[in-house]
Design a protein around this ligand. Structure first.
Ligand SMILES: [Zn+2]
Length: 350
């Protein structure tokens, strides 16, 4: 039912590392089973995460000018208008949802996840994560009551500088919109088309197929099925969690949240072991809208993508994206998803 299409191409070179011997190097070009976008396995083994020295990132001088640090958050960050949130900010434990001073959309919230300025991967506890997601979700519900015509809800996260995170102080993006961005829109459209053609929810077919094939399936944590996508979006691969039976923000109850943060914690244990300290994340809810031919639950399921990020080196700190991702919109990974799965699986079997 799900097609995992790939082909290999060979490049021939005279290798200076082996006295200019004739050598053939393989690149694999894969097609995403849902969107049909291509991606590559290339540059194999050439990039690994770089250990960073955080000591200069968390000084009294930096905390003094960080808008998210306690004391500053009240005076340096904008408040929401009273008709949306009378208190101006929304709080859950140590997490605070604030209004983005440079919004990306009509509703562009930021969840400041902690009172601590520097929160390393080890410090991302289940409690901290749960409070942050809960606060973000509550914001989604508030906006939905006020503006129910906006169908898309996304919680995104740029964690630490290599991911594009402009401030070290951990914060998530909460976007409620009618313009979901290309990948989210394409994913929804392709899921609807898949269900129309095959008569089945793609996401259910995906985790069932991956579980049966057991090549890229990491394991099940509560309601969440964790896997390594066939066409990863990041150079260090990608991780995905699919939550069957959970669709819109209304379905996301505490149990699902517990399962999500438990799975994330397993993944972060792997990140720690590999010195990965930065990633992008998206949590993509099913849209709230009137459907003409089928209900959203029949074709779309809540899922998360987590994409590790790194600098290529710590001298010039070049990003791990280049012309391929930016000018061609063509992701490449330096390790095969099947190998990555073997490496990460023990963390999900604990
Ligand atoms: Zn701070």
């Amino acid at each position: 039912m799900i097609e995992f299409a790939s082909r290999k191409v060979k490049s021939t070179l005279l290798d200076p590392r082996e006295n200019f011997a004739l050598k053939s190097v393989e690149t694999e070009i894969r097609t995403d089973p849902l969107t049909k976008d291509s991606g590559r396995l290339a540059h194999l083994g050439m990039i690994t995460a770089q250990k960073e020295d955080f000591s200069g990132w968390d000084t009294p001088e930096i905390r003094q000018i960080c808008p998210f640090c306690p004391g500053n958050i009240e005076t340096m960050t904008p408040r929401f208008p009273e008709d949306l949130i009378p208190e101006g900010h929304l709080r859950k434990g140590d997490a605070t949802v604030i209004c983005n001073i440079s919004p990306y959309d009509q509703y562009s919230g930021l969840t400041v996840m902690s009172k601590d300025h520097l929160v390393t991967v080890e410090m991302l506890t289940e409690k901290l994560l749960k409070n942050a997601f809960q606060a973000g979700l509550e914001f989604c519900h508030l906006v939905r009551e006020k503006d129910p015509q906006l169908p898309y809800h996304l919680i995104g996260w740029n964690y630490m500088p290599p991911s594009g995170g402009g401030l070290v102080h951990p914060h998530q993006q909460v976007i409620i919109t009618d313009a979901p961005g290309n990948l989210y829109r394409k994913t929804i459209d392709s899921s609807r088309q898949f269900a129309r053609q095959k008569g089945k929810n793609y996401w259910e077919a995906l985790y069932e197929t991956e579980q049966a094939k057991n090549e890229r399936y990491l394991g099940r944590i509560g309601q969440g099925h964790w896997l390594v996508p066939f066409v990863p979006l990041g150079v260090l691969g990608e991780f995905m969690a699919v939550f069957p039976g959970i669709h819109t923000i209304d379905d996301m109850q505490e149990k699902t949240l517990d399962d999500l943060v438990q799975g994330l914690r397993r993944l972060f244990d792997y990140f720690e072991s590999r010195q990965i300290y930065s990633f992008n994340m998206g949590l993509y809810f099913a849209p709230h809208r009137e459907e003409e031919e089928m209900e959203v639950k029949d074709y779309y399921t809540l899922h998360a993508r987590i994409i590790p990020r790194t600098y290529l080196n710590l001298m010039q700190k070049p990003p791990d994206t280049n012309m391929f991702q930016v000018a061609l919109q063509e992701p490449f990974a330096v390790l095969a998803p099947e190998d990555l799965c073997q490496e990460v699986k023990p963390f999900f079997e604990k």
